[in-house]
Design a protein around this ligand. Structure first.
Ligand code: C2G
Length: 133
């Protein structure tokens, strides 16, 4: 069984996220999603999410491509996560290209960056909503 992991905030879930999760899951048989906690988002990414961790987790768990959702509480946990969850491949969108190559060098985990869906982002959604009001 080939096990995949990916990380993210997944706030205001949209089809760009779904495209990523679908392709990640299709690379193997089991997909773990490490979902950024509200504290991690605020303290480490200066991101205030619209939906709480619990709501974002509920949404992700309803997606057919997602097998398990775990909390992402630090940048460093990836090294232990890949061992803990017996992961073969770590997948991220290509806006992160190169940032997690150390995982491949420090562990025997493949790291793959997939093309982002270009035209959609949570920031863009918020901008468009504000513009139309
Ligand atoms: N994504 C995408 N296309 C978009 C938007 C997002 O492919 N239009 C991908 C991102 O590249 C990422 C995943 O969807 O792989 C989740 O995106 P975010 O929720 O924005 O995640 P981010 O804030 O980048 O957090 O430790 C890693 C971080 O937790 C990643």
């Amino acid at each position: 069984m080939k096990r995949i992991i990916t990380y993210g905030t997944f706030d205001m879930l949209h089809y760009g996220h779904i495209n990523l999760l679908k392709r990640a899951r299709e690379m193997g048989d089991y997909l773990v999603v490490a979902l950024s906690t509200d504290e991690f988002n605020w303290n480490s990414k200066q991101k205030k999410t619209y939906f709480s961790f619990e709501k974002r987790k509920q949404l992700l768990e309803a997606i057919r491509y997602v097998d398990l959702v775990i909390p992402e509480e630090s940048w460093e946990q990836k090294v232990t996560d890949v061992a803990l969850y017996n992961v073969d491949t770590l997948v991220m969108g290509d806006d992160w290209t190169g940032k997690f190559d150390f995982i491949a060098s420090q562990t025997d985990t493949e790291v793959v960056y997939l093309k982002r869906t270009p035209e959609i982002s949570t920031t863009q959604i918020k901008k468009d909503l504000n513009k139309n009001n």
